[in-house]
Design a protein around this ligand. Structure first.
Ligand code: AMP
Length: 288
């Protein structure tokens, strides 16, 4: 069986199971109830493990593929091949200081300052690249409390909206890493001719879900006489697909894949040229 390690809990867990379902790999169990599950008629085994253990398991070959955050990959720098940006789980690893601090920038951080983080390697690298000699205090969670209890002067922590930092009276001064969830592969598995077709098929189906994100399928009946305008309004991948409507020779059906963000404008423009029966459908996968 091909083994894929996925986060068993935390922010990447739900979205990863949803991705696998959309890719046609329904996982037969949930991480709350089991340590592993099967998918694709038992040709794939899903291992539910901690996101921070995934680079090691993939590097060792315990799992052939894994899903984890770019932040974790950058922190650990294990020998794995990064294959695909899944575009969810967005967050940033930032340097933050207490509200009242005079620090505005990494170069304002005084030598000897204590920086709390659960990302000690990235913290060290960032401050030494900035020419600062700081003391890294390694913590495994609740980093944002450390400046308030006298454990650290500033922190390096993950944030997405910034609201947890603000709630803890902390202010961002620099960004170290922009992170999203990634698929990583074991190097040897990629070179294994017997494994490779199965890995490629799984990667292609995951990629098709990523490609469909933010896209909608739009269908509309439009007057044949307005086709030139319709072509200008509907981009499509290679322009819209146009089909005859037998019962209405003066109309054609136009179908296209459109960006979610452009929908509002496109629907209004189509109505203005006389389109009727406009339907907008979700797309689960887009195989290029
Ligand atoms: P956790 O929920 O602690 O298991 O987080 C696992 C991973 O989720 C992190 O390493 C990041 O890659 C990702 N993540 C996405 N958004 C956030 C956030 N706001 N705070 C922490 N982690 C995040």
């Amino acid at each position: 069986m091909l083994k894929i390690a996925v986060p068993n809990k935390g922010r990447l867990s739900e979205a990863t199971l949803d991705l696998f379902r959309k890719a046609g790999m329904k996982v037969e169990s949930s991480p709350e109830r089991k340590l592993y599950a099967t998918a694709l008629d038992r040709t794939v085994q899903i291992l539910f493990v901690r996101a921070t253990d995934i680079p090691e398991f993939v590097a060792d070959g315990v799992a052939h593929l894994g899903v984890t955050g770019k932040d974790i990959l950058e922190e650990q720098r294990k020998s794995v091949r990064e294959i695909l940006d899944l575009q969810y789980g967005y967050c940033r690893l930032v340097v933050a200081v207490p509200e009242g601090s005079p620090i505005r920038d990494a170069k304002d951080v005084p030598d000897g300052a204590r920086v709390a983080s659960s990302f000690p390697n990235l913290t060290h690298r960032f401050f030494s690249d900035a020419g600062r000699h700081v003391k890294v205090v390694e913590v495994s969670g609740a980093t944002e409390i450390t400046p308030h209890i006298g454990v650290a002067d500033l922190i390096v922590d993950l944030t997405s909206s910034g609201s947890t930092l603000a709630m803890n009276n902390l202010r961002e001064v620099a960004t170290i890493v922009h992170s999203t969830a990634r698929v990583v592969a074991n190097e040897a598995a990629l070179w294994d001719a017997r494994r490779r077709p199965q890995i490629d098929a799984i990667l292609a189906s995951l990629e098709s879900v990523v490609n469909a994100r933010g896209k909608r399928y739009l269908m509309a009946n439009v007057p044949k006489a307005k086709l030139d305008e319709v072509r200008r309004i509907l981009p499509g991948i290679s322009g819209p697909t146009i089909m005859d409507i037998l019962s209405h020779p003066e109309l054609v059906a136009a179908h296209a894949v459109v960006d979610e963000g452009a929908l509002f404008e496109i629907v209004n423009k189509l109505k203005a040229v006389g389109a009727t029966g406009i339907l907008v459908l979700p797309i689960e996968r887009l195989v290029a």
